[in-house]
Structures are given as structure tokens and as C-alpha cells.
Design a protein around this ligand. Sequence first.
Ligand code: CAA
Length: 259
Amino acid sequence: MQEYKNLLVETRDKVALVTLNRPKALNALCSELFDELNQVIAEMDNSKAIGAIVLTGSPKAFAAGADIKEMCNTNFVDNYKNNFLGHWTQITEARKPIIAAVNGFALGGGCELAMMCDIIYAGEKAVFGQPEVKLGTIPGAGGTQRLTRVVGKSKAMEMVLTGSWNLNAQDAERVGLVSKVFPADQVVDEAVKTGNKIASLSQPIIQMAKESVNQAYELSLSSGLQYERRLFQSTFATHDQKEGMTAFAEKRSPKFEDK
Ligand code: CAA
């Protein structure tokens, strides 16, 4: 497997485990790291051997945000012309599920990166926050948008406007930002376990399910329900739908084969 400067990549059965690896900088998300991340996610998304991706950081920090030292001397014109942070959204175009396994700080761009993933598992000491106002800027990769949709206006406002009111793992689970909390040393293994469970199912069906859930953030209810129904109907064009339903009727385990 290819070596990366800022990432560690390994496979565990059908799961690609991607670890952000700038621990001394608390995994600050420099451009080079994000380019590598986009590259590895695209590669895993295209790999027939991989059915899900787990993204994690170090025990102290999932990621402490965009790299402040890298961006502190950039200017508006260049950032506008280069569409600074525009390339961060590439990860949301992955068709395979991505599970964030968060320990420690998920601040600023780190919180935003976790929210770009499909499922978030957190270790007991995880902290989610948007401290950008303390740096004289605002969240730039979804902190005012994805966070608000999940936790609601009042909590999002308090986090974004104070920059210091953070959500701990337990609160993050209570409000639905995080789906489960585990002891810190178990969160990656649990994420990998869930990833392999998902990867054992039909890949095109899982991708359709992910696509449909994501439309809930984009469409009105009636349009979303119609979108869902069309995708549901199209599952009947797959081998795996025939196999899944036949296996149920025959009281055996299904063998999903569509890739
Ligand atoms: N960018 C660059 N370097 C960072 C960093 C960041 N976001 N976060 C931490 N580091 C570096 C520190 O500068 C320090 O480096 P040196 O050892 O070379 O001095 C190293 O990581 C360790 O950090 P600390 O000594 O500060 O560790 P701590 O335990 O005392 O504090 C912390 C931890 C509270 C997370 C603190 O590091 C901190 O506040 N970090 C910045 C958090 C932040 O403001 N994030 C938002 C960034 S802006 C953004 O993300 C915009 C966006 O929407 C995309």
C-alpha cells in the first residue's frame, strides 16, 4: 500500500482504516494532509475489496482544525481565487460509507471533517467545538451549516458565537451528533466492526441507502420521499435484492455479489 506523509492507511478485512498522522500538530489539517486524504478516500471508494472507510486521529486529537500556521498569512484575494477549503468537500462525494472514530479534540475543521462523515463514534473524552471566532474568523467547512442542522440553532449559535462552549462526547450523543460513545481505546475497533458489518452487505444497495439518507439534507420531504421511492424501486434491478429476499424466504444467509 502507498505511503503517505500525513496519513496511515491499513485494511482490516473489508474496511480501510485511515489515521490522520500529524500527532505533534494535533492533526492540524494542512493542505498536504487534505490532498492525501482526498486521494486515499477516492482510491478506497474505487476499490472492490473495500466496503467502508474508518477515519480516525490520535488519542489526543481527531483534528484540532485547519492548520492555523499555514493559513495565518494568506489573504482574501488568493483564498477567493483558489477557492480555499473548496477541495475539502470532495470527501462528501465518496459513495462508500465513512465512519469517523473520534478521540480527543475535534475542533474547527476537525469537527467539520467528522460531520462530513456518515457516522460518528466518539471516545468518552472526545470534545467537539467550533473555536474559529477566537481566531477572528468563522467556520469555513460546514460548522455553521451541518452543525446547525444536527444540533439546532441555539446550541450551534452558542458553540459558533462563543467559540469556547464545546460539546463533550455524552452531550454530542444526546443531541444526535454522535451515534455511540465508547471507552477511548475501543472506539476505533468498534468503528471497524460496524464498517465490516456494513461491508458484508450489498455494496450497491448500501450506496443507494447512503445516497438516499443524504438527500434528506438537500430536498423537501415530498421530493425526498419520491427520490427514496425511485431508488427503492431501482434496487429491484439488482441481483442482490433477488438474493436477499430469496434467502429470507429460504431461511438461509444471503450471498451478496453485486460489486
Ligand atoms: N493549527 C496549527 N497548529 C496547531 C493547531 C492548529 N489548528 N492546533 C494545535 N496546533 C499545534 C500547536 O501550535 C502546538 O504546536 P507546537 O508544539 O509547535 O507549539 C501543538 O499543535 C500542540 O498544541 P498545544 O500546545 O496548543 O496543545 P494544548 O493541549 O495545550 O491545547 C488545543 C490543545 C486546545 C486544541 C489547542 O492546540 C488549540 O486551541 N488549537 C487550535 C484550535 C482551533 O482554533 N481550531 C480551529 C482552527 S481554524 C479552522 O478550523 C477553520 C475552519 O473552519 C476550517
